[in-house]
Design a protein. Structure first.
Length: 351
């Protein structure tokens, strides 16, 4: 492989070419086991809910050095394997890392009366405001994973609310059209994912004493049979939407992506079993000549998997190193230009 590449293409590990293996192994197995050492910061929200921000500051970090905030995906938290790996690797590079537990997740279990959802961009804004007070003068990068990536795009797309200190973002496997992603769970062979997420989400609802009034309905015929049922029964009404469809429509960032004014790299896989690749076609056309937003589709990788064959990276976690390269690069535009060269042939083919 050409060592001059600043963004080497993804080549899947020979044992993990299957998208489901990439997804399952990629999310639930981590080679990095490190002791938890973060300082926790409580963030009070306007509706009186609480968020927990985990602050991992390496000894060699200095004031005004770079910081990165990480946002986990659906049913994840600060302890998700991809979050732990990125903290460890970025800390080794001297980067201070903040992991945000979305409402009611991780250390914030039971502290929120409203569930986390794709439209929680104001929560991200408040977390970044706290980071600005803790790290005055530091440039801030955002890395969002899956649903955390959707929240990131919703935040960045409302550019008048974006902090001047946010200078780049990396988004991995974000659902762009929520309704289409939910439909994927209903397809044959996808029952495992649906059962996993619904089980975790119901545990999340039951763990919050604020939501006790709603938990009595989780039984018998009222037990959510799929993600749409869960969102229709819990997410939408608890956050003020008329229905699941209303929530999906209002909180999908499709129309906001072109409004982003911060260098942003969106990476996803064509074989992502949870986010249909067809939902990205419109976005890829819109950002083909965008001066801030770049999108890259790999052939393989699954959902938050990206376990690679042997390469010049220190380990097989390809997406980890692309995030690190993006966050530490003096010229994100140089990386973006190389990504565009990769994708130009397929854009031309689809035109």
């Amino acid at each position: 492989m050409n060592s001059d590449l600043v963004f080497p293409p993804f080549v899947p590990h020979r044992f993990y070419r299957n998208a489901h293996l990439q997804t399952i192994v990629g999310q639930f197995h981590s080679r990095i086991k490190v002791a938890y050492k973060a300082e926790q910061h409580s963030l009070r929200l306007p509706d009186n809910d609480l968020l927990i921000l985990h602050d991992d500051c390496p000894e060699n970090w200095n004031p005004e050095d770079r910081v990165v905030i990480l946002l986990h995906g659906l049913s994840g938290c600060h302890g998700s394997s991809y979050m732990i790996r990125l903290v460890h690797k970025l800390n080794e590079k001297g980067v201070r890392v903040f992991r945000l537990d979305l409402r009611g997740c991780g250390a914030g279990s039971g502290l929120a009366k409203s569930p986390y959802h794709a439209g929680n961009f104001h929560d991200l804004q408040i977390a970044i405001e706290r980071i600005e007070t803790l790290c005055p003068g530091s440039p801030i990068g955002i890395a969002g994973f899956s649903l955390g990536g959707t929240i990131t795009l919703n935040y960045l797309g409302r550019k008048n609310d974006v902090s001047e200190m946010v200078d780049r973002a990396f988004v991995l496997n974000p659902p762009i059209r929520l309704s289409e992603s939910v439909k994927m769970f209903g397809k044959p062979l996808f029952g495992h994912y649906q059962r996993h997420f619904i089980s975790n989400l119901i545990k999340h609802v039951r763990a919050s004493h604020h939501l006790n009034a709603h938990t009595h309905t989780i039984s018998g015929d009222n037990y959510p049979k799929n993600m749409h049922d869960f969102d229709n029964q819990f997410t939408a009404p608890l956050i003020g939407y008329e229905s699941a469809e209303d929530y999906y429509s209002q909180c999908s960032p499709t129309e906001l992506v072109t409004e982003i004014d911060v260098p942003t790299l969106i990476v996803t896989a064509k074989d992502d079993p949870l986010v249909p690749v067809d939902t990205y076609s419109e976005i890829m056309e819109k950002v083909a000549n965008h001066n801030k937003v770049t999108m890259h589709l790999t052939k393989h990788g699954g959902h938050l998997g990206f376990i690679s064959a042997s390469s010049t990276d220190p380990d097989p976690r390809w997406s980890d190193w692309r995030i690190i390269d993006w966050m530490l690069s003096e010229s994100p535009q140089g990386i973006a230009n190389q990504v565009r060269e990769y994708d130009r042939p397929q854009l031309a083919k689809s035109a």
